[in-house]
Design a protein. Structure first.
Length: 647
């Protein structure tokens, strides 16, 4: 869309929040880039420049607006709608693959050479994979600066930077403020009770701080050009440095992460240092040597590096085995001594668990009833629960584990993350957004579905229905098999037994969660005789586990939807219902359709639609490419717990 200048100008001049995340507007006279709904007076048309991503705007030398906070815009919906290599790459970058495996690892996952991948990503986003990853890294750093009392050095490593110097340079060039000034502008994390959050419409929502009369970040009356504690010359110098030599340099807040600071956490305190040696095993120097990044990005890599093998030289002497926040590690997730100390980590480095609260922005409208109702109605005891008005579940993350609490509100989804390793913050937020389908464009979806007279009343009654997805695709695939031809209650019972026998125990001081859902490796030695289900379903489950553990079936955000469908269909006991259910909720295909589902067939009959699978599939062509959302509206016609928000 960013290439359609006239359309972009209209969106900016009307401050249309529906386009937040679709493109970014930069102003050449100020060196600032904004979201389309920025509340400031629109600039002159001749001074506007449009970019497809925050990373591209940063690579061109622009810094993020302090008023509209474009780094916390909801992500572009197209990356979750498409199955091509660029969309798959963006989803994997959001999940932190570049930080952990480098650009070469990302390319290997997608089956492309590094050069081919970078050429395609750059053509669509105006920045390469490394710049996009840096954008997310800077966003994570800002989040930790504003919401915790962690020392800046600890934040630098937790966010994935290879050194404190690159962390400082990146934050200054992207946000026009030093890290200390960002914290001061937000208020003291030790005492502040409020932050300015990005509402779905892109309007700043101010909440007062407990720290005296000073207001929280980004006062509504403050212009973007004013930065508390920083001189105009310093900001100008930072912008100048960025324009001269920082194309792609340490990209700032990701335009597709969508998170926003909420409140500081008592858990994020001094002493929580990170394993610098293992911060993204891909390595920035290795990326530069083999990735073929465009010249500007290669030059920026030295000043905006990620952790990893290539960054080891800049963090010599900090080769710690891993970062565990204060308590014993999860079995199989990394070594920890019986007393909770990490082997090889110096004394005094042990920290407290990382508790961070953020606001997840979304595009309005959002109907929470079926979204949270479905997740709670099918929740696995010990892994998921509804407590005090929030959906809570355990997370298996790249560097450890976590517990998330998600509470729906009219303006945002309140998200509280308790992480064993703060390096997992960006990945955890991305998975929560994917779970709740927050980056979709409900207006576009509902407009097309409402063209069918049968669905129009349902859409008008409860617009903005989302597809409840999952944080763990492999977990959902196993649960889909357990739920074949049984009731929701029976499926929960089967899953609970599996978790109790093979799940990884964890501590949850804030609730009643007890386990991580077993990984495919945990289920590799599963005794089929212990499963209270027909022999045919045991065979189906074991076949799925074998395929998952072999690594040939990729259900990750970067997986090939078509190939995954073919592989699943070849397994014994996998029919269209199971394959399409996994495609809908695990793979995230917005066009997945399950005409053989009992709830869908009952709804079709009630709406005078065809009930045979073939005829209903033919009728559903008018719903493409949003048939998964049509299923949510069809299910809404029934009286089932999945359609009701828990109380």
């Amino acid at each position: 869309m960013y290439e359609d200048t006239e359309r972009c100008v209209r969106a900016v001049q009307s401050k249309d929040a529906r386009f937040d995340g679709w493109f970014y507007t930069a102003v050449v006279t100020t060196g600032i880039y904004c979201r389309p709904s920025c509340p400031v007076v629109p600039p002159k048309v001749e001074n506007m420049r449009f970019y497809p991503s925050a990373a591209a705007a940063q690579a061109a030398g622009f810094r993020a607006c302090k008023r509209c906070r474009p780094d916390v815009s909801p992500g572009s919906p197209q990356w979750n709608e498409r199955a091509d290599v660029v969309a798959r790459a963006v989803r994997l970058i959001s999940d932190g693959v570049v930080d952990r495996e480098g650009v070469a690892g990302l390319a290997a996952r997608l089956g492309y050479s590094v050069r081919q991948l970078e050429r395609q990503v750059y053509a669509e986003l105006g920045a390469g994979p490394l710049a996009l990853a840096r954008a997310q890294r800077a966003s994570t750093a800002r989040l930790l600066v504003e919401t915790t009392a962690m020392p800046m050095g600890d934040i630098a490593y937790a966010a994935g930077f290879s050194s404190i110097r690159t962390f400082n340079d990146t934050v200054r060039s992207v946000f026009g403020l030093t890290p200390s000034e960002l914290r001061s502008r937000a208020g003291s994390p030790a005492s502040a009770r409020g932050r300015v959050a990005s509402a779905p419409g892109g309007t700043a929502v101010e909440r007062r701080s407990d720290g005296g009369g000073a207001s929280s970040t980004g006062r509504r009356g403050a212009g973007d050009g004013t930065a508390t504690g920083s001189s105009g010359s310093e900001v100008a110098a930072a912008a100048s440095r960025s324009r001269r030599g920082a194309r792609g340099n340490a990209a700032g807040a990701s335009g597709w992460s969508g998170e926003e600071a909420d409140r500081p956490s008592p858990g994020g305190r001094a002493g929580a240092r990170v394993n610098a040696a293992s911060l993204g095993s891909g390595g920035e120097a290795a990326d530069r040597a083999s990735s073929g990044e465009r010249p500007g990005e290669r030059g920026a890599a030295a000043s905006a590096g990620s952790g990893g093998n290539g960054a080891a030289k800049s963090v010599a002497g900090r080769r710690w085995s891993r970062f565990v926040a204060g308590a014993a590690a999860v079995p199989g997730e990394g070594g920890a001594s019986p007393r909770g100390r990490v082997d090889g980590v110096p004394e005094g480095v042990q920290g407290a668990p990382g508790v961070v609260e953020v606001r997840l922005a979304f595009r309005a409208p959002l109907c929470p009833d079926n979204l949270f109702g479905h997740l709670v109605a099918t929740a696995v005891p010990g892994v998921e629960e509804w407590r005090d008005g929030a959906y809570r579940r355990t997370l298996r993350l790249p560097h450890g584990h976590g517990v998330v609490s998600l509470r729906p509100t009219p303006e945002h989804v309140a998200c509280r993350l308790n992480l064993s390793d703060l390096r997992d913050l960006a990945a955890a937020i991305a998975r929560c957004r994917r779970l709740l389908d927050l980056d979709t464009d409900p207006v576009a979806v509902d407009a097309q579905l409402a063209e069918d007279p049968a669905l129009a009343p349902l859409v008008a009654k409860s617009p903005g229905r989302r597809v409840p997805r999952t944080t763990e695709p492999e977990e959902f695939a196993v649960r889909a098999v357990l739920g074949q031809q049984v009731s929701t209650a029976a499926a929960r019972t089967h899953a609970a037994r599996l978790v109790a026998a093979h799940g990884t125990p964890i501590d949850d001081p804030e609730g009643g969660l007890e386990y991580l859902f077993p990984s495919p490796e945990d289920l590799a030695e599963l005794d089929p005789a212990t499963l209270a289900m027909p022999q045919s379903r045991r065979t189906t489950l074991l076949a799925l586990v074998d395929l998952l553990t072999s690594g040939t079936l990729d259900l990750s955000p970067g997986g090939d939807w078509s190939r995954a469908r073919d592989q699943l269909s070849a397994l014994p006991g996998f029919g269209p219902w199971t394959v399409e259910t996994i495609a809908m909720r695990a793979l995230g295909d917005p066009d997945a359709f399950i005409p053989t589902d009992l709830g869908v067939k009952l709804a079709a009959a009630a709406l005078d639609l065809p009930t045979s699978p073939a005829a209903l599939t033919k009728h559903a062509t008018r719903w493409q490419p949003w048939r998964a959302y049509a299923v949510q509206y069809l299910w809404a016609t029934g009286d089932h717990a999945i359609n009701r928000l828990p109380t």
